[in-house]
Design a protein around this ligand. Structure first.
Ligand SMILES: Nc1ncnc2c1ncn2[C@@H]1O[C@H](COP(=O)(O)OP(=O)(O)O)[C@@H](O)[C@H]1O
Ligand SMILES: Cc1cn([C@H]2C[C@H](O)[C@@H](COP(=O)(O)OP(=O)(O)O)O2)c(=O)[nH]c1=O
Length: 221
């Protein structure tokens, strides 16, 4: 059975970039890796509806915090069998965003903290009710919100297909989301967390993740 790792962080933190570098490092060591990015755009109708809503479609859907969270959660529910199958055929399954994204953004939108009702609602819905697999380690890519916002804006200027959605344009939401993520990591919410910063060395992190048993939350320089 493979290890299930998750990368979390605000928009523009560098999750996708870090995921690619971790995969390269592990593949150089001969490990078999599978990677899934959530939301699963073009593969899940729920993910596509969520993205469209965040770009102004589907009436007041994006205005409903809980409707948005349900769409993201249903995307993961449909991926449960795929994740389990990938875990049985690979050394590592790496997820770019997962349940903690829903917990952090939903709590932040409701102006709640990590110990509030929204985070517990997501935990019970996704892990208990939908049976979504529990990650072995959740990696928080903890970069300053201003740096992440700069990167998201630069990405938008460079690529017309990457216009920022309603969440990405909301700096205050990103700051609150970052705070909830920090608290989730500090509490080792659901499973152990590993906090890394913008200058993390992906090769070193890759080695640490696969060589060490999960335990206390650690900080990799
Ligand atoms: N360590 C890094 N140093 C410099 N630029 C980075 C780094 N990581 C990501 N970026 C750039 O920042 C932007 C956002 O990164 P991305 O990985 O797409 O973030 P996310 O998946 O968290 O939204 C991209 O344009 C990427 O090239
Ligand atoms: C996966 C997921 C994402 N989100 C949010 C985070 C992002 O702001 C937004 C879109 O996801 P994101 O991964 O940023 O997609 P994109 O490739 O469009 O940048 O959805 C949730 O609120 N809950 C979730 O479960």
């Amino acid at each position: 059975m493979g290890l299930l790792f998750v990368i979390e962080g605000v928009d523009g933190a560098g999750k996708n970039t870090l995921a690619r570098r971790l995969v390269s490092a592990w593949e150089c060591d001969g490990l078999h890796i599978a990677r899934i990015g959530f939301p699963r755009y073009d593969r899940s109708v729920h993910a596509d509806l969520a993205a469209e809503a965040l770009h102004g479609e589907h009436g007041d859907t994006a205005g409903s915090v809980h409707a948005m969270a349900l769409l993201f959660a249903l995307d993961r529910r449909d991926a449960v069998d795929e994740i389990r199958k990938l875990l049985s055929h690979n050394d590592v399954v790496l997820l770019d965003r997962y349940v903690a994204s829903n917990a952090a953004y939903t709590a932040a939108r409701l102006e709640q903290t990590a110990d509030g009702g929204a985070v517990e609602w997501i935990r019970a819905l996704e892990f208990d009710r939908f049976g979504v697999p529990i990650p072995d380690i959740q990696i928080l890519l903890d970069v300053p919100v201003a740096l992440a916002a700069e990167r998201a804006a630069a990405r938008e200027s460079a690529d017309a297909a990457r216009t920022r959605d309603a969440y990405e344009r909301d700096g205050s939401l990103q700051s609150r989301t970052s705070a909830v993520y920090g608290a989730l990591a500090a509490a080792n919410w659901v499973s152990p967390w590993h906090v890394v910063t913008a200058d993390v060395d992906p090769d070193r992190l890759a080695a640490e993740l696969t060589n060490q048993p999960s335990g206390e939350p650690r900080v990799t320089p």
